[in-house]
Design a protein around this ligand. Structure first.
Ligand SMILES: [Zn+2]
Length: 160
């Protein structure tokens, strides 16, 4: 009986076009959380996908337990020293817009909503691709060369 209800529910969901085509991700800027964190679990044998905005749930928990939450305006470098500056973007990829808004809010001392409005017309900083590291011969190439060398030595020994 339950499975009939489930199938009916699925048919209704499909008919209404409720199946999501865009998925939450940690850079989607779909919430105001400073650190966006998304959980996703899916299983084809159950036919279900669960997406959870962990950051938003945690934010509600933080309100309940403020004595267990500490926010520090600084970046902990190598888990040892604090850097209270705001680093300019130096990533390989372009800066995600979500990070750009949060950085500008911090720099300007304004809310995230104000930063979104103020900087919507600007492109986030571009990434700087790292130079390609020159690599030597592959392991397969090295092994092949050794095999060829051993073959020659064997042939030389056999010829004696
Ligand atoms: Zn959130």
């Amino acid at each position: 009986m339950t499975s009939v209800i489930d199938r009916d529910a699925v048919a209704v969901v499909e008919a209404l076009g409720v199946l999501p085509e865009v998925f939450w991700n940690h850079e989607d800027d779909a919430c105001d959380c400073t650190f966006q964190r998304i959980g996703m679990w899916k299983n084809p044998y159950i036919g279900e996908t669960l997406e959870v905005r962990m950051c938003c749930i945690w934010a509600e928990l933080y309100k309940l337990f403020p004595q267990h939450v500490r926010v520090t305006p600084g970046y902990l470098v190598e888990d040892e020293t604090w850097d209270t500056s705001i680093r300019e973007w130096d990533g390989e990829a372009d800066m995600p817009r979500s990070i750009f808004y949060r950085q500008m809010a911090r720099k300007d001392g304004i809310s995230l909503a104000e930063a979104r409005q103020r900087y919507a017309h600007l492109e986030p900083p571009k990434g700087t691709p790292r130079p390609e590291v020159e690599s030597g011969p592959s392991l397969v190439t090295l092994l092949y060369a050794q095999v060829v060398n051993l073959k020659r030595r064997l042939e030389a020994l056999e010829a004696k």
